[in-house]
Unconditional design. Structure first.
Length: 217
């Protein structure tokens, strides 16, 4: 660098050093934050929480700008209350939780997909006479709501879909209406929860799937 270029940088020398020092501090803070997020991810994995709950907890954590593990775990706890069917069952400080909620003005999350699904099902069922198209819509929405309302593992949902499809295929009664599909699905899933033995009308591979179901996840 020439002397002329060096002289032209002199007025900005202190600002440049201050900027570089700031960047160094930010890098160290990012490393600390990654360690904190690693702890948060471990809790999310062990408690089998939804990935959206993890992201919501990170959002709360970043918006509060607090760098302590107690506040980090409290952020996760708050996120589970707004985005999870089952709350975490560990004891946390309510004072910290209240402080974070007040700082965020209780603006935690927006209506979820499940909220809209439940409203659609409610208003369709409220009509006096359900058409075949509306019945199929209720059936489809009920299937979409499975992972939200029933909190099943993906392998369990896949297994239930196989059972439901074979059951509907084997129905011989032509008077069976499509708007009854959700009730049939619910009954089948209840039977599945009670570990009722599968009928022999299904392929023998179903029994093998059922025996090894809990090894799939």
């Amino acid at each position: 660098m020439s002397d002329t270029e060096t002289e032209s940088l002199n007025p900005y020398y202190k600002d440049i050093l201050a900027y570089l020092n700031t960047q160094q501090i930010l890098i160290f803070q990012q490393d600390d934050m990654l360690d904190e997020f690693k702890i948060l991810s471990q809790f999310q994995f062990r408690l089998k929480l939804k990935i959206s709950t993890l992201y919501l907890a990170k959002s709360i954590y970043l918006r509060t700008n607090i760098l302590t593990q107690d506040y980090l775990l409290t952020s996760l706890q708050i996120a589970t209350k707004f985005d999870q069917q089952e709350r975490c069952k560990w004891q946390m400080s309510t004072k910290i939780e209240t402080h974070i909620l007040q700082k965020l003005n209780f603006e935690i999350t927006k209506p979820t997909v499940m909220d809209f699904i439940e409203q659609l099902i409610y208003y369709i069922k409220k009509t006096k006479r359900i058409s075949a198209e509306q019945g199929r819509l209720i059936y489809t929405l009920s299937l979409m709501a499975l992972p939200w309302k029933l909190n099943y593992e993906p392998s369990q949902i896949a297994f239930a879909i196989i059972i439901i499809s074979f059951t509907l295929k084997n129905i011989k009664n032509h008077d069976f209406q499509s708007d009854c599909y959700p009730d049939v699905c619910q009954q089948l899933l209840n039977k599945y929860d009670q570990n009722i033995v599968i009928s022999q009308k299904y392929p023998s591979s179903f029994i093998l799937i059922k025996k090894n179901l809990y090894r799939l996840y």
